[in-house]
Design a protein around this ligand. Structure first.
Ligand code: KET
Length: 458
């Protein structure tokens, strides 16, 4: 009886402040008090009361910093200035600074609608027609590695997902092996290998004194790495520097990697975008394969077909025998299945249709040349504007020597901040600007912003 009255006092006390109160016949009760929940129960004459305070179970999870590249687009969207310019992410824009859907993509999509293509699951390794097309595009259809069935190709979630799959293969089958990556590199490379628990370190690449390639340093660092190191190489249009080795330098790099028994891992995100030619931009990969090396290659169709949001790419492993290629492919599938099960079909069909239909393939090449050409034009105009406006005598010719979507301006973090805060020019803090997001009309404005930031901010 005494305990019952305590329960009654407790319930009265709670009910005065509680928004809801309920006690059932088993003498269990619950009350809401502010944001907290009180639970009480009576058993064998004792009352127990617990308070579930409304503290999130996720309290210990800290706020993540914005992504250094994609976070720039978020900041750009929030800026209300008319002058604003998004040179952060590497995404192609028209001269009117609008996103561009390639005509060949629209045509390929129409073909899919006309055929009434279904939405069945793809196999784990992706669309067969895509896998064939993508390996042929990379290596050339008559490459002996393809003829001898030494290429294991698995459709991936664009370049990033394909790199991640390659990293997972390294983690599982080359325990302790390290990846050497260029200094600097695309920021996400480090995240990819970190999350896959693959250790990495850097090789010298960019020389700020010459604003060019530190070739000697690169070779020394590759030579110094323990045998069997994976060496991550940008197939063309190195991101962020826009500086690629010459064909002679590529040969030397291939020699050293082969002598040291290293394994080259190519990231090919810009095939066709550096020179405008698909074949020329794949020359580095083809050279390594022709030397008889086993090579990993991640491919992306985000840029060259403008399929950013379709997440279409591939992971290729070129092996020395068809048997090992078959085994590697089976393991890539095994890694993919619990990660994302099987890849999306839409982008794969677009690529397969474009590459597999001669008229569309030719049209694609023309559109790619057009895109690469527009970037070259703004590159030239930016250089002309800066060099005629800047009277300091500084040599800006590096802008013309760099290739691909980006220019690595040499602006430091403070100067890059000034570009954004004062001039509303959004760019990554490493001084990279995406020329694909620049128009001829905005070159003079950008030149003023760069000159001001370079000379007036330390
Ligand atoms: N590799 C490189 C070198 C690269 O620049 C990118 C994208 C990717 C791979 C991956 O792209 P995907 O869309 O996953 O196929 N770079 C641009 C976009 C980004 O950061 O995600 C960029 O550097 O702006």
């Amino acid at each position: 009886m005494a305990s019952s009255s305590v329960l009654s006092v407790a319930t009265q006390c709670v009910s005065r402040n509680a928004s809801s109160l309920s006690i059932n016949e088993t003498h269990k009760g619950k009350a809401k008090l502010g944001g907290s929940t009180l639970r009480f129960s009576k058993s064998s004459g004792r009352i127990s009361m617990t308070v579930a305070v409304n503290v999130s179970r996720f309290e210990a999870i800290p706020m993540a910093p914005p992504d250094p590249i994609l976070g720039v687009s978020e900041a750009f969207r929030a800026d209300t200035s008319d002058a604003k310019l998004n040179l952060g992410v590497g995404a192609y824009r028209t001269e009117e600074l609008q996103p561009y859907v390639l005509n060949v993509v629209k045509k390929a999509e129409n073909l899919m609608l006309e055929r009434g293509d279904n939405k069945e699951y793809l196999p784990i390794e992706g669309l067969a027609a895509f896998n064939k097309a993508t390996a042929e595009l990379l290596l050339g259809a008559d490459n002996p590695a393809i003829k001898e069935q030494r290429v294991a190709t698995v459709q991936g979630l664009s370049g990033t997902g394909s790199l991640r799959l390659g990293a997972a293969l390294i983690e599982r089958y080359f325990p302790g092996a390290k990846v050497l990556i260029s200094a600097p590199t695309w920021g996400n490379h480090k995240n990819i290998f970190n999350d896959a628990r693959v250790p990495w370190s850097e090789y010298r690449y960019y020389d700020p004194r010459t604003v060019g390639l530190d070739f000697e340093g690169m070779i020394e660092d590759i030579k110094a790495a323990p045998e069997g190191t994976f060496v991550l190489l940008h197939g063309c249009a190195h991101n962020p520097t826009g500086i690629d080795p010459t064909p002679e330098q590529w040969e030397k790099i291939a020699d050293v990697i082969q002598q040291k028994n290293h394994i080259p891992f190519f990231d090919v995100a810009y095939q066709g975008f550096a020179s405008g030619s698909l074949d020329e931009d794949a020359a580095s990969v083809r050279l390594f394969v022709a030397c008889g090396m086993e090579v990993l290659v991640a491919q992306s169709y985000s840029k060259n077909l403008g399929l950013y949001a379709e997440r279409i790419g591939a992971m290729n492993v070129i092996s020395s025998s068809s048997e090992s290629a078959t085994r590697v492919k089976s393991q890539l599938k095994r890694l993919a299945r619990p990660m994302y099960s099987n890849p999306p079909v839409h982008g794969a069909k677009i690529v397969a249709n474009v590459v597999g239909t001669p008229a569309l393939f030719d049209e694609w090449k023309a559109e790619m040349e057009m895109m690469a050409g527009r970037i070259k034009n703004v590159r030239q105009k930016l250089y002309d504007s800066i060099s005629s406006k800047d009277k300091s005598g500084k040599d800006w010719s590096f802008i013309l020597k760099q290739i691909g979507m980006f220019s690595y301006t040499g602006l430091n973090k403070n100067q890059s901040d000034n570009m954004t805060n004062k001039w509303h020019v959004y760019m990554t803090k490493d001084g990279r600007i995406s020329l694909a997001g620049l128009s001829l009309a905005k070159c003079e404005y950008l030149a003023d912003a760069i000159i001001d930031s370079f000379h007036n901010v330390s």
